[in-house]
Design a protein around this ligand. Structure first.
Ligand code: SF4
Ligand code: SF4
Length: 146
């Protein structure tokens, strides 16, 4: 009989302890998000793939098609090309692509750029079905960005 009441008490006590944890969690601020319906704001120090910066003054990129980033990249994942155009000083940028499957995010291209035209994007949803999905047209991206 003693053991019956002892077990009853133990069971009731563990129920109370469990409920205490549940009630405490109910009133604790939520730290997770309902991904993918909700998106987080990434920290400014996050390093996504490299991207051309859009200059607020001119509304376009600051790349002068010097090719330093392409030459400096240890993984040979940047292709930069340009052409001479009438009325345009220097070369006009026609291609800026990145093969992100080879990029080690070393940052050498960002560091070497003389016009500070490159930065890291905030993209963190880096999953895909084919390698081609990671070939980024950075010129198109900067032109389409708001
Ligand atoms: S971060 Fe490094 S590896 Fe990636 S594109 Fe730039 S230089 Fe190349
Ligand atoms: S180093 Fe800078 S300016 Fe030169 S091609 Fe690369 S992004 Fe353009």
């Amino acid at each position: 009989m003693k053991s019956y009441f002892s077990e009853l008490f133990t069971g009731a006590w563990s129920l109370i302890v469990g409920l205490k944890v549940t009630i405490k969690a109910l009133f604790t601020p939520i730290v997770t998000v309902q991904y993918p319906r909700e998106k987080i704001v990434v920290t400014p120090n996050y390093r996504g793939h490299i991207d051309l910066i859009k200059d607020a003054e001119t509304g376009t990129h600051k790349c002068i098609t010097c090719g330093s980033c392409m030459r400096e990249c240890p993984s040979a994942c940047i292709i930069v090309d340009g052409e001479k155009r009438e009325g345009v000083k220097g070369k006009y940028l026609t291609t800026f692509s990145l093969d992100f499957t080879k990029c080690s995010l070393c940052g050498a291209c960002v560091e070497v750029c003389p016009t500070k035209a490159l930065d890291y994007s905030n993209d963190y949803e880096l999953a895909g079905f084919t390698r081609n999905e990671f070939n980024y047209d950075l010129l198109k991206r900067v032109e389409e960005r708001e």
